[in-house]
Every structure is written in structure tokens, then in C-alpha cells.
Design a protein around this ligand. Structure first.
Ligand SMILES: O=CC(=O)O
Length: 326
């Protein structure tokens, strides 16, 4: 059914069905009119054209279609994109800037949960928790006896790549484990006293583990390359909760298989849901299906933040999670 906006409420465009949108709609349909592209019998381009002049806000997420320059062209009145994701690699950021479309993301909501997962993966690789679990379940405690020892966490130097919301939460948690924090970021952060390395290779050479928390951009794609992995070295561990393509995955797999790095904890991959099959046989690798951000508890906070951003936009107040410098 074609949806006009009989309510005269401010209109929010949704391009694809998503359980979060349903929660948001149930909370906010008295304040906003949610325009659902998938409910219309019209082809999407025609549907967008019919609402081109009235659509100021688009609500999206990394699970939906990418927000491209071409899509923005179909929405000449668009002023705000709210994404229910932390990462922005599904958004053509320069096209949004050029058009003056503001962006609000959801990283403040996800930071703690992603950091918990990063630390969980790190501890698992270091202390071999998943491997020990397999060892006991497979009956090897009885048939083989001793389990190969893991590595002490306290005192390790952890290089955090990307000290944004998520990286800072990882640092806070790992300090409690007595780890020494170092970091790489686009710029040094005056608000922290951790040593800053502008060169990620140098960071790797001075770290026992790297935790990748940065965004995927043209600059960070394959930033963790062969040189960085070799600088991390045979005793080094890598954890990735950012995006798969920040690491040169082929090179990482080769390094893991050949023992050129010690282990990896990976929530993200270059060609999800495909995972390089060489990793399945490695006991020093812990794998997770890109779920670091999501917990069964996050949806209330996520939809509350989206609603607060919508309200702030309409009242011409500062957005709660505007992305200003990607
Ligand atoms: O990976 C998840 C996100 O970017 O929200």
C-alpha cells in the first residue's frame, strides 16, 4: 500500500525491515510517521521519488542497503541519516558531507558490549578457554592427560588500534587486568596518558597483542598488512572487533598457519559470512560471527538513542551521537 503521511507527523524513511525499527515504531509512532519502503507496491526508486520532497530523515543500519551517492540523489530533502550501527562503512561519508546530510550513529550504545567481546576474545586466545573446552568435551583430559598451557595476561602490552568509544572501553577493561595500554589513532589524544604511536607497525613491534577497534575507511583498509603482522611477531596475538578488511586476511591466515603470529580472536571477516577454512583447524584462533555489538539487552538503549536523536533534530538541538569527523 502506498503510504502518504495522513498524520502530518515528522516523517522517517525506512528502507528495509529490521526488528529494531519495529521496536522503535512501537515506542514512537505517536511522534513520527515511519515510511516503510518495503510496504509499498512501487519499485523503490519510484517510491523514493514520490516522497523525495518530504523525506528529511532516513533511519538505517549496516544490515541494510548501503547509503550511496546515488541513493542520496533520490532524496534531495534529506538532512539526517541515523544508523543503528557503530561502523559507518555502509555509508558514503563524503557524499553525505557534500550534500550536508548529518549522520548520527550508535557507537555510544555498543562500545561497552563490543569492548567486553574484545576482551573476551583476548582472554580466550591467551588462556585457551575455547580450546580447553574442546579438550575436556572431547575426552582428551582422560585420554591424553595434560593440556598445553596458556599465556599470562597481566603485564602484557596491548596496542589498541583506534582509541574511540570502543577502544577506550577496551583500554579501561584491560588496565584492570594489569595490561599496559599503547595505541594508534589518526591523532594522539590529549585526554589519555597511554603512549601514542602514529605508525601502526611501530605499535605492533612494541605490543604483545593488537586489538583492532577502528573504523574501516579507505585509509584503514588492509592497514594491518604483512609488515604489521611480522612486527607483532611470533608471540603476538591479534583481536579484531572492527571490520574484517582492516586486516589483510589472506596474510593473517598465512601468518597463523605458519606460526608467524601466535593467535587471533576474530569477530569480523573480510567476506562475511565466509570465514577462511584454514582457521577452522587452528586451536589458537577463536571465531565469532560478527556479534560483538549485539546483546539481547541492547535494543532498548539503541532505540532510545535513535528516538533522542530524532527529537533533537526536530527541535534543532545538538544530536546525541553525531559523527563529525570520520
Ligand atoms: O558491527 C556492528 C556495528 O557497526 O554496529
Amino acid at each position: 500500500m502506498a503510504q502518504d503521511n495522513p498524520t502530518q507527523l515528522p516523517q522517517v524513511l525506512l528502507l528495509f525491515p529490521n526488528p529494531c525499527f519495529t521496536v522503535l515504531e512501537s515506542k514512537a509512532s505517536h511522534k513520527f510517521h515511519f515510511l516503510k519502503a518495503w510496504d509499498s507496491p512501487l519499485p523503490q526508486a519510484q517510491f523514493l521519488q514520490s516522497h523525495a520532497n518530504s523525506t528529511q530523515v532516513l533511519l538505517s543500519s549496516a544490515l541494510g542497503p548501503p547509503i550511496t551517492a546515488q541513493l542520496l540523489q533520490l532524496l534531495p530533502s534529506l538532512k539526517l541519516l541515523i544508523t543503528l550501527s557503530a561502523g559507518l562503512d555502509h555509508v558514503d561519508f563524503s557524499a553525505c558531507s557534500a550534500r550536508g546530510v548529518r549522520i548520527a550513529n550508535s557507537s555510544p550504545i555498543f562500545a561497552a558490549d563490543v569492548a567486553d567481546m574484545a576482551v573476551g576474545l583476548f582472554l580466550d586466545v591467551m588462556r585457551k578457554i575455547s580450546a580447553a573446552n574442546r579438550f575436556v568435551r572431547d575426552g582428551f583430559w582422560v585420554s591424553r592427560g595434560d593440556f598445553v598451557l596458556g599465556t599470562k595476561v597481566g603485564g602484557k602490552r596491548v596496542g589498541i588500534v583506534g582509541l574511540g568509544h570502543i577502544g577506550l572501553e577496551v583500554a579501561k577493561r584491560l588496565e584492570a587486568f594489569d595490561c599496559k595500554i599503547l595505541y594508534n589513532s589518526r591523532k594522539g589524544k590529549p585526554s589519555v596518558s597511554y603512549p601514542f604511536y602514529s605508525d601502526v607497525c611501530e605499535l605492533a613491534a612494541n605490543s604483545d597483542a593488537l586489538v583492532i577497534c577502528c573504523a574501516l575507511t579507505a585509509q584503514t583498509r588492509h592497514m594491518i598488512n604483512k609488515n604489521v603482522l611480522l612486527a607483532l611477531g611470533r608471540e603476538g596475538v591479534i583481536v579484531n572487533v572492527g571490520r574484517g578488511a582492516i586486516i589483510d586476511e589472506k596474510e593473517m591466515v598465512r601468518c597463523l598457519v605458519q606460526g608467524e603470529i601466535k593467535g587471533a580472536g576474530l569477530d569480523v571477516f573480510e567476506n562475511e559470512p565466509e570465514v577462511p577454512k584454514e582457521l577452522f583447524g587452528l586451536d589458537n584462533v577463536v571465531l565469532s560471527p560478527h556479534k560483538a555489538a549485539l546483546t539481547a539487552d541492547c535494543f532498548t538503549d539503541l532505540t532510545d538513542l535513535a528516538m533522542a536523536n530524532l527529537e533533537a533534530f526536530l527541535l534543532n538541538k545538538p544530536l546525541l551521537s553525531e559523527v563529525v569527523n570520520h
